[in-house]
Design a protein. Structure first.
Length: 123
């Protein structure tokens, strides 16, 4: 179930949280991408980020956004998870307008992911 908090900064998310997966001892990978690493985010001097959580096969487990327009930006991920294949490819392969803030979502899904640490194997 997606959610949004209309505060400053705006917060939105869908799916699993990293802490939940880590505590359950599940394998996953994450990637975080900063708003200001996009042309539009830099021009806006936007402070924020997108964090993506996937399983090791590329299925989207969760996504969390903090920053301007987070509630609008999370919708692309919701659609990918519910109506698409549910994998990173849904967002990687989608054409995004440049320069638009939505590029931060695409780029968060397009780079190298870091394998998460789960509590079952980190002792």
């Amino acid at each position: 179930m997606p959610f949004a908090v209309f505060a400053s900064p705006e917060v939105a998310g869908v799916g699993a949280r990293e802490e939940t997966l880590r505590d359950a001892g599940l394998e996953y990978a994450t990637r975080t991408y900063q708003y200001d690493q996009t042309a539009r985010g830099s021009a806006m001097n936007a402070d924020g980020f997108v964090k993506v959580i996937i399983d090791l096969d590329g299925e989207i487990l969760g996504c969390h956004i903090i920053g301007p327009d987070a509630a609008d930006l999370i919708q692309e991920v919701v659609v990918a998870m519910k109506a698409g294949t549910g994998t990173v490819q849904d967002i990687r392969d989608s054409v995004h307008i440049h320069p638009a803030l939505s590029e931060v979502v695409q780029r968060a899904f397009s780079g190298q992911f870091s394998r998460g640490r789960n509590s079952r194997h980190s002792h």
